[in-house]
Design a protein around this ligand. Structure first.
Ligand code: ADP
Ligand code: MG
Length: 296
């Protein structure tokens, strides 16, 4: 089996060769890809399994889209707040968070924080959001809270990425109802496909009942370890199953990607030439198709 071209050789150290500079959108020839859609785009990053790379993908795809010049908002919908801290925001300093937006109708612009990366913003979450899952149950239009909240800022961003929690509860339903696309990270490990049927059924349920324009747009293979045969088998299996929905860019398993969050940095600032940086830059180009930003 030929390794996928987007995976940089795994045996060398973590730093890839030269030639990796900051990829400004203007320098990048626009190459339409199957993943390109008109801007603005709202993409829910979902998979009810924990630890499959949702947050890592939200943070790093977000940072790479911002680097390409797109105004990008990462909405943290996980009470763990990992996207929030991974973007360098101290949860203890927060005046407001997604809890207030979802439960108390706080305008989302009142909780959005800038990050150290130009063009990249975060709507933060903290542990209190865990209560939302229960408090929302009796609430009026409980599935549409996030969608309503985003309506007022959607035109301010080219990309809104929603980092969903590891469940299929009301918070994830809010994420799916607010999005036009779902991006699913899939770990290149045994049981990778387990649970995906349930996720796809939920996406269909949301499509039918809440959000007809929702589309499963992309599957992203992550945590690829070139040293295991199994990883290639999983890649093949996912491609056989989902065909053109699977992105060519594959994110390797690298220690640097797992270290970056504890420094509150996306990989492209933490280690700009690492394999993780290269992979997420490649993914950002693929997802955006190098599409021009909206005018104005
Ligand atoms: N490509 C990768 N290589 C190495 N570690 C990774 C990679 N992607 C994610 N991780 C680590 O795996 C753990 C789970 O990832 P995370 O993105 O938090 O998953 P989720 O949001 O789906 O729960 C985290 O500790 C993260 O740093
Ligand atoms: Mg997460």
């Amino acid at each position: 089996m030929t390794p996928p071209n987007a995976v940089v050789d795994d045996q060398a150290g973590d730093t890839a060769g030269s030639g990796v500079g900051t990829a400004a959108a203007s320098e990048t020839a626009a190459t339409p890809t199957p993943f390109q859609r008109p801007l603005p785009r709202t993409i829910a990053i979902a998979n009810q399994k924990g630890g499959v790379g949702k947050t890592t993908t939200a943070v790093n795809l977000g940072a790479c889209l911002a680097e390409l010049g797109y105004r990008t908002l990462v909405v943290d919908l996980d009470p763990q707040g990992n996207a929030t801290t991974g973007l360098g925001i101290n949860i203890r300093d927060l005046q407001a968070s997604m809890y207030d937006v979802i439960l108390n109708d706080l305008p989302i612009e009142d909780c959005i924080e800038a990050t150290a990366v130009r063009n990249l913003f975060c709507a933060p979450a903290a542990l209190d959001l865990a209560g939302a899952e229960i408090e929302l149950v009796p609430a009026f239009s409980r599935e549409m809270r996030l969608r309503r909240a985003l309506d007022s800022v959607r035109d301010d961003y080219d990309y809104v990425l929603i980092d969903c929690p590891p469940s299929l509860g009301l918070l994830t339903v809010n994420g799916l109802a607010a999005a036009s696309e779902v991006l699913v990270p899939i770990q290149c490990e045994y049981y990778a496909l387990e649970g995906l049927g349930q996720l796809l059924r939920n996406v269909q349920l949301v499509q039918r009942n809440l959000n007809p324009r929702l589309e499963l747009s992309a599957m992203v293979l992550v945590m690829y370890d070139a040293r295991t045969k199994l990883a290639d088998q999983v890649v093949q299996e996912v491609r056989d199953h989902f065909g053109e929905k699977v992105c060519n860019s594959i994110v390797p398993r690298t220690v640097r990607l797992s270290e970056a969050p504890s420094f509150g940095q996306p990989i492209i600032t933490f280690d700009p030439t690492s394999r993780g940086s290269i992979a997420y830059r490649s993914l950002a180009l693929e997802v955006s198709g190098g599409a021009a930003q909206r005018a104005g």
